[in-house]
Structures are given as C-alpha cells and as structure tokens.
Write a new protein. Structure first.
Length: 72
C-alpha cells in the first residue's frame, strides 16, 4: 500500500480505480503560508484586504446586481 493509498479512505468512499494524490511539498508550503497569516503582520494585511477589496465586490453584487464575475 503506497502513501497515497493510506489517505484514500479519508478522502473518498468511491470504489474502483480513483486515485488520491498527496504532495508533501504543497503541504509544506501551505503550512508556511498558514503561519504567515497567523502572525501579527499577516493578520494586519488580511484585515486591510477586507477593507480594500471585499467592499468593491460587495458594491458590485448589491448595487449593480452582479452575481457572477470572471477574473479575466
């Protein structure tokens, strides 16, 4: 049983030849980013983002009637 097979029961109930891929490098990078967001500087930047960016999307949805946006 490979390392990817050990995670399959936790991820899916499907039978057959579906595959579950686990990337340890990605998990490490994700953990580093999580630590940055938990830091004081990260929290400050994230709060600023809420004020700067989210209000623009809220305005578009509420006042202009946009429901779907494309990021092109």
């Amino acid at each position: 049983m490979g390392t990817q097979d050990q995670f399959k029961p936790e991820c899916t109930k499907a039978r057959g030849n579906r595959q579950v891929h686990y990337n340890p490098v990605y998990e490490e990078l994700k953990a580093k980013q999580h630590q940055k967001l938990k830091s004081e500087e990260g929290r400050t930047l994230y709060q600023k983002r809420k004020k700067d960016v989210e209000s623009v999307f809220g305005h578009g949805k509420q006042n202009l009637g946009f429901r779907r946006l494309s990021s092109r």
